[in-house]
Ligand binder design. Structure first.
Ligand SMILES: NC(=O)c1ccc[n+]([C@@H]2O[C@H](COP(=O)([O-])OP(=O)(O)OC[C@H]3O[C@@H](n4cnc5c(N)ncnc54)[C@H](OP(=O)(O)O)[C@@H]3O)[C@@H](O)[C@H]2O)c1
Length: 342
């Protein structure tokens, strides 16, 4: 069966020299290789589109460097459709670094069989990497207390919207920063944020001060750059900054040195701030417990699931380019194939 399958792929064609454009990718059509012992054949169902995909195109990060001509890297939810002596039953649903392609052959140790606790899209959003990033980054690194103010950037995105909702759940005031008034209205009206401000507005600084009259106790930083600098000035004594990512620095071949941030370390010292970077895999041992809690909060409607599904593998490049320009609301993913028939 496997040899008859053709595999549509999106390749990483070359390193972008500035803002990402579609010509950094190439479509290919390959044969699916035959399986060797200890391997599974996966059919991609949902492909995650992440701001970090762009950072990976720039060189070595926390993952191996991408090489030109390789299948574009990406995290996916897949169905196992064949296997050779792996003990993983055909029909299992797995998460894997499957890449931007319809089928992938993986060593059994490269896939994780997932329990299905809700719609598959939820396993890509709130119950997936970005939901867990919000959970651990806010609760373990930011550690908000009741009545404190939590400020989060890229607040209408996959990670940010969950951060704000969790902050509210923990009795804190949630203030979002996004690049759009429409997104901000959504955060306040639909997700219960207390306030939201637009970093593209010329009045950003004044708006931020008005939105955070008691200052900021926890800043969940998804963007770095000038927004981090603004946030540093808003921090209260003893505040915590959870450094999650720096999306403002990804879509360029020449990120500003140090993100172009003034006030580090001066403000960190004088305000006794704690700035702590983290990667969600640091907390992998506690993921199952976090997922159970998140499932409960979804069931009780304490957390709303916000998803942005783009149809078709061929649209993956435009989905990533659009995400970097801020056209997504919630977790962006590409549907590559249908859910398995139940
Ligand atoms: N540490 C970890 O383990 C971990 C894990 C997952 C993700 N992350 C990080 O989490 C952050 C969010 O990622 P995500 O996958 O959830 O993406 P996302 O927030 O769904 O999408 C990215 C958002 O960033 C905003 N943005 C783009 N360019 C910007 C700029 N120059 N300045 C300010 N905002 C900008 C856009 O919204 P606007 O309309 O607001 O501009 C866009 O919607 C990223 O920094 C990512 O690297 C970290």
């Amino acid at each position: 069966m496997t040899t008859a399958l053709r595999n549509r792929q999106i390749l990483y064609a070359h390193r972008p020299t500035g803002t990402l454009t579609a010509d950094a990718f190439e479509v290919a059509d390959a044969a699916v290789p035959s399986l060797q012992e200890g391997e599974v054949l996966c059919r991609t169902i949902l492909l995650s589109i992440d701001a970090a995909n762009r950072a990976w195109m720039q060189g070595r990060t926390y993952r191996d460097e991408l090489h030109e001509g390789e299948v574009m890297a990406g995290f996916a939810i897949c169905e196992v459709i064949d296997e050779r002596d792996t003990g993983i039953p055909v029909g299992s649903l797995v998460t894997a670094e499957a890449g931007w392609q319809e089928y992938s052959v993986q060593p059994a140790r490269g896939v994780n069989v997932m329990p299905v606790l809700g719609p598959l899209t939820h396993h890509m959003s709130v119950l997936g990497i970005t939901g867990l990033t919000a959970y651990f980054g806010l609760l373990r690194v930011g550690r908000p207390r009741t009545g404190e103010t939590v400020l989060v950037s890229a607040a209408a995105g996959a990670t940010g919207n969950v951060v704000g909702q969790l902050a509210r759940l923990k009795g804190a005031r949630a203030v979002g920063i996004t690049g759009s008034d429409t997104k901000n209205a959504f955060l306040i009206d639909e997700l219960g944020f207390d306030a939201a401000v637009n970093y593209r507005s010329p009045a950003f600084g004044d708006d931020l001060r008005r939105a955070c009259p008691d200052g900021v106790d926890v800043y969940f930083d998804n963007v770095g750059g000038p927004t981090l600098e603004r946030a540093l000035r808003m921090m209260n004594m003893g505040g915590r900054i959870a450094c999650c990512g720096a999306v403002s620095q990804y879509d360029t071949s020449d990120p500003a040195a140090g993100g172009g941030i003034h006030g580090v370390p001066g403000l960190v010292v004088t305000k006794r701030l704690r700035m702590e970077g983290f990667i969600v895999i640091d907390f992998a041992a506690d993921w199952p417990e976090a997922v159970q809690q998140l499932v409960g909060w979804i069931a009780s409607s304490d957390i709303k699931v916000v998803e942005d599904v783009v149809d078709g593998l061929d649209r993956a490049p435009e989905a990533l380019i659009g995400l970097l320009a801020g056209d997504n609301v919630g977790k962006r993913m590409v549907r590559v194939g249908p859910d398995p028939e139940s």
